[in-house]
Design a protein around this ligand. Structure first.
Ligand SMILES: Nc1ncnc2c1ncn2[C@@H]1O[C@H](COP(=O)(O)OP(=O)(O)OP(=O)(O)O)[C@@H](O)[C@H]1O
Ligand SMILES: [Mg+2]
Length: 292
């Protein structure tokens, strides 16, 4: 596997002087090509800031973000797309669904017919073949978010970033969109980074969950999700592995230490205690020898 995204030593501070607010503090991680990684963290911890820095929408105060080895310096790279939570503000109400999906392709070197074909293919891949001529406001919330996903996919991004993409839809639609995202990842081999504050969603969706601390965001744990690739909203969520993982993420979000770290610190404490016991024994035997 090759590295698609590399974030190293990323910091972002809003404002300056006394009113400065550090939103992201020295974050480093990589995402491999074809991986679906989730980021979970408490509200206000800096998740959207991190995503905006990765997308090139804001320039980080310091640190480096690179996409397949190339540093993201200014502006959104061509092969990166973002899906935001608020579909009602991210789609143009005066353009048809198909024109909305085609819109970002205008700046690509593509013919009109190629743009149209790509838009239709993307709409088909999210199950919206028949609605291209409708306007966004004629669709349900879940359908509008599918249009946003289709628009992101139309540019065939190397990296798809999603910021709480299903937070504004009902539970049933959310399940459908989660399954859609997993299918898209597998069919297109996409690399996807999803921000969510839903613990169950982070586990169900991903190959890996990055847990962030309270503000300013730092990485508390990086948990691999060993669930089978074929997932099902009922049976997967009932499986022992899922329940254990969601418990672990919940514990970490509530300030618990990661298992591995706990184990490591337990081992270190044990070793220290052994050393102290050995030193005490040596001291006692020296004293005993001195007395005799
Ligand atoms: N443009 C800005 N100017 C100043 N402060 C900001 C700005 N945007 C965000 N912040 C602050 O930075 C911190 C992190 O915000 P951010 O939106 O990244 O958090 P978040 O983890 O995405 O939160 P949520 O879960 O509520 O979406 C917050 O304290 C927020 O008030
Ligand atoms: Mg946010």
């Amino acid at each position: 596997m090759s590295t698609m995204l590399e974030v190293s030593g990323l910091n972002h501070r809003y404002g300056a002087g006394e009113k400065a607010h550090v939103a992201v503090n020295d974050l480093s991680f990589t995402v491999e090509a074809g991986q679906l990684a989730s980021i979970v963290g408490p509200s206000g911890c800096g998740k959207s800031t991190l995503l905006r820095c990765i997308a090139g929408l804001i320039k980080p105060t310091s640190g480096r973000v690179s996409l397949h080895g190339e540093a993201i310096s200014s502006g959104v790279p061509d092969d990166l797309a973002v899906v935001f939570q608020d579909y009602s503000r991210s789609l143009f109400p005066w353009l048809s669904v198909e024109k909305n999906v085609e819109f970002p392709l205008r700046w690509r070197n593509l013919s009109r017919s190629e743009r149209r074909t790509r838009a239709r293919d993307s709409l088909e891949s999210v199950g919206l073949s028949g609605v291209g001529s409708k306007f966004p406001w004629q669709l349900s919330g879940g359908m509008q978010q599918r249009v946003s996903i289709a628009r992101a996919l139309a540019s065939r991004p190397a990296l798809l970033l999603m910021d709480e993409p299903f937070a504004s839809v009902d539970a049933q639609t959310r399940f459908e969109l989660e399954d859609l995202t997993r299918r898209v990842q597998r069919e297109n081999g996409s690399t996807i980074l999803v921000v969510t504050h839903d613990i169950d969603e982070s586990v169900y969706l991903s190959d890996r969950v990055l847990v962030l601390s309270k503000s300013p965001a730092t990485i508390v744990a990086d948990l691999p999700v060993g669930l089978p690739a074929e997932r099902d909203q009922i049976t997967t969520r009932e499986s022992a592995e899922f329940v254990t993982l969601r418990g672990e993420v919940a514990r970490l979000l509530h300030g618990g230490a990661p298992e591995a770290v706990t184990a490591a610190s337990d081992a270190a404490e044990y070793e220290l205690a052994q050393q102290e016991a050995a030193a005490d024994a040596a001291e006692a035997s020296t004293e005993a020898r001195a007395k005799s």
